[in-house]
Design a binder for this molecule. Sequence first.
Ligand SMILES: O=C([O-])C(=O)C[C@H](O)[C@@H](O)C(=O)[O-]
Ligand SMILES: [Mg+2]
Length: 414
Amino acid sequence: MTSVREVIVTPVAFPDPPLLNSAGVHQPWALRAIIQVRAADGSIGLGETYGDAPHLALLTRAASAIENLDIFDLAGLVAKIAEALGAADAPDRHGLTGDSTAAKTLARVVSPFEVALLDLQGQAIGRPIYDLLGGKVRDRVPFSAYLFYKWAGTDSWGPALDPAGIVAQARSMIDQYGFESIKLKGGVFPPDEEIAAIRALRDAFPGLPLRLDPNAAWTPETSIKVAEQTEGLLEYLEDPTGGLAGMAEVAALAPMPLATNMCVVAFADLPEAIERGSVQIVLADHHYWGGLRACVELAAICRTWGIGVSMHSNSHLGISLAAMVHLAAATPQLTYAVDTHTPWQSGVDVVSDPLVISGGAATVPDTPGLGVTLDEDKLAELHDNWWRCGIRERDDTAYRQSFEPDYVKLRPRW
Ligand SMILES: O=C([O-])C(=O)C[C@H](O)[C@@H](O)C(=O)[O-]
Ligand SMILES: [Mg+2]
């Protein structure tokens, strides 16, 4: 038996551009936590997750609870962490991935440890993680260009505050990464301006599928109007409005499918969503669904009910990217290009061999486990950033208010 000898949780911070969304604007540093699980034979499994202080406190509790666990005992992993957390809940402040509950908090805490144990299992048997998830159905995982309205920052992207700026951002991102599908983060400007940006993208990139995601910034009435005005332009409309009832109202009239990473964010949300017909596509995200295997289960439920599967992203580094690629490789139902914030991270990473997105896709690694290696020097540097940056919790609203004191987070706003 190979068991867990030691677990190290390291908070890190890396520069993040001023990206706008319906909660406010990204702070200058994004927080993550890097998990290292050292097995008795000396091998190390890696995981990556959110780095907000309340989440970090729970990760630390979980880390001590799993010492001596068999690396193949994933049921034991969940049981031990559930026992360590009790009814703890650590909601985030932005609400961009829906409401928090104790069950979702448990899923969020379990996730990076599950990835790290799968990494160890893969190394132990000499197989890539996708083989532990059922096998690879694709060799390349396509990603989408994830566009944001943004302020000028210290980054090289420049501001994007109108349709021309968004088209220029798309062009530059597509030139660098070869993306063949585009998502625009909306909910920032009045809907007419965002519709104009979508039209400008359609004119500039005639063949590429487009998505718009205002993170529940609109009422159902506004959502229906936008859906009508973007008929034929969007592959899907993501979270136009909040809640399963509101989404169902929109879905009944929208000419395109509705997708979500806000109203179906846990298994408990699925029965009502299915009954109401609230969404046609669910964005899986192993970071809050409870890990890679939980997302495979989610995809199976979606297949049963004829719901499509796409994949969500937050600001992340190369361990999460590798985990997302293994999951996407092993999920036949995932037929949409995956979201990623990778282009916004300007090459900063904690791994020495990050997966590369080129030609719009990442090649699935066939090496044992996750297929990426921690760079101790980079980890130390990003951990030092965490000490220096002073940010302990993501708060897009407060950061925007530091520039615009009258700003309030409103959902819906329009
Ligand atoms: O698809 C989404 O809703 C997201 O990716 C949520 C993220 O937090 C995004 O809005 C962001 O990074 O601001
Ligand atoms: Mg979304």
